[in-house]
Design a protein around this ligand. Structure first.
Ligand code: 5GP
Length: 182
């Protein structure tokens, strides 16, 4: 695969927007101590930068999820591969996602988490693909709305690769691997 990446969002633009999100979260949660729930594995790079732009006390926990189905397409069948380390009843939860595409994954997570009776439950996603939505989701913080293309970098992978790129790039359909029949 060529390393001539089609950069969609530069490292500088990411840092600028993450700072703005951190400032907004600090303002909105002033006087409280939200629990940021990072969704593994895609959101950890974003979360690591985001927490350093937040100026109020916070705590962090993680959930691992994996969706069944073809590699670049969510089917809405979500499996929790690792759960939060503590109960979250009565807490201010802020779910931190890398990308909301069809919305099926975050819809499942929201239903799962709200059953644990947090005080508040909000979503912060770095990327949003509004054109692909199959279920309406209230997104409280959005870094960037992007078109319906497959993106990598800044924590997002293709087959576990490219998470380390400091920018968001598009992966052309021709770069997606195909297997011969049989
Ligand atoms: P949804 O359930 O909203 O369709 O998909 C959410 C999950 O699909 C994301 O958390 C991410 O793991 C994966 N995903 C959706 N679109 C992309 C994309 O453009 N690039 C990458 N790397 N993953 C994506």
């Amino acid at each position: 695969m060529s390393n001539e990446w089609e950069v969609l969002i530069s490292a500088e633009a990411l840092q600028r927007r993450v700072r703005e999100l951190g400032e907004a979260i600090s303002r909105d949660y002033a006087g409280r101590e939200p629990l940021l729930v990072g969704i593994l594995r895609g959101a950890w790079v974003f979360l690591a930068d985001l927490v350093r732009c937040i100026s109020i006390p916070i705590r962090c926990d993680f959930m691992g999820v994996s969706s069944y189905g073809p590699q670049t397409e969510s089917q809405g069948l979500v499996r929790i591969t690792s759960d939060l380390s503590e109960p979250v009843t009565g807490q201010d939860l802020l779910v931190v996602e890398d990308i909301v595409d069809t919305g099926l994954t975050i819809d499942y997570l929201l239903r799962n988490l709200s059953a644990r009776r947090p005080r508040t439950l909000k979503i912060c996603t770095l990327l949003n693909k509004p054109d692909r939505r199959r279920v309406e989701i209230p997104l409280d913080y959005v870094g960037f709305n992007i078109p319906s293309c497959f993106v990598i970098g800044y924590g997002l992978d293709y087959n576990q690769h490219h998470r380390e790129l400091p920018f968001i790039a598009t992966l052309p359909p021709s770069a997606l691997s195909v297997s011969p029949p049989g």
